[in-house]
Design a protein. Structure first.
Length: 272
């Protein structure tokens, strides 16, 4: 008799906490949000809060932003995924400066070393004016950036309509373009942990981080570059063979330092 009552009470409290947490996020009520987070922490339900935020706030936004239509913004651009830059900028803005997003509030409350310069001055003043939310009163144990935002991005990237567009390319320049801007985006997220080596290390060691990076296979890129080199060299060979160069001169041409450097230099870049 007692156990069913306890389960019913727990269920009722959980439902009430869920409703209170979601409503306080929508209203950006920092006091109520903090109390909810402390309650989740006290009952060891960190994942419940993270999942709620992801399901009701992050996923709808990410699915609206990362679309095949937005990947291509300039029809005159040879790269079919040039829109990925704008997509990443939208996500960063939503995390850091968008007034309609509760991200700033959650990051400020849950990341002890969250850098104040990442948010606008009015928001920072509002957050820190609340006496119980000074820097020494952060709520630990949550990781909204990794487990909700980066997780949602990775899941959307795994959507076939997106992955087939972003990661399956037979053009080395397209591959490198998407990879380089994606690394820049990841660096922007890492900058949020600039004052906490522990948080940065945890971020880089997370499954979400590794899944994000796994979307780009460097061996494929170098294989594509190798194919380009071979094709270009064959073209040079046949072109010069047609104009009657003897074999010794053709061999010398293929060994020409300038020609080879132009081809192989494409493989080496600090971003790779």
């Amino acid at each position: 008799v007692v156990l069913p009552r306890i389960n019913h009470l727990e269920s009722t409290l959980q439902t009430s906490l869920t409703s209170l947490f979601l409503n306080s996020l929508k209203e950006k009520d920092i006091n109520v949000v903090a109390n909810c987070l402390r309650t989740y922490a006290a009952i060891d339900k960190y994942g419940d809060a993270e999942n709620l935020f992801k399901e009701h706030f992050v996923d709808p936004f990410i699915m609206q932003v990362i679309t095949t239509k937005k990947l291509r913004t300039n029809k005159n651009n040879k790269n079919k995924n040039d829109g990925i830059i704008k997509i990443y900028k939208e996500i960063i803005k939503w995390i850091i400066t968008n007034e309609d997003s509760p991200c700033q509030l959650l990051l400020h409350l849950t990341h002890p070393q969250y850098v104040a310069r990442n948010i606008d001055s009015n928001t920072y003043k509002y957050l820190t004016d609340k006496s119980i939310y000074k820097h020494e009163a952060k709520i630990k144990g949550f990781d909204f950036l990794t487990k909700t935002i980066l997780q949602s991005i990775v899941e959307q990237f795994e959507n076939p309509s997106i992955s087939n567009r972003l990661f399956i390319s037979g053009i080395a320049d397209d591959w490198k373009f998407v990879y380089s801007v994606s690394i820049d985006f990841l660096s922007s997220l890492e900058s949020l942990f600039i004052n906490s080596f522990k948080d940065l290390t945890n971020f880089r060691n997370s499954d979400q981080y590794k899944r994000f990076l796994s979307k780009w296979n460097l061996s494929i890129y170098f294989e594509l570059r190798n194919q380009e080199i071979v094709i270009q060299m064959e073209k040079e060979y046949h072109k010069n063979n047609e104009i009657g160069l003897d074999n010794n001169k053709i061999k010398q041409l293929l060994k020409d330092e300038k020609f080879l450097l132009e081809q192989t230099s494409k493989c080496w870049d600090s971003i790779l």
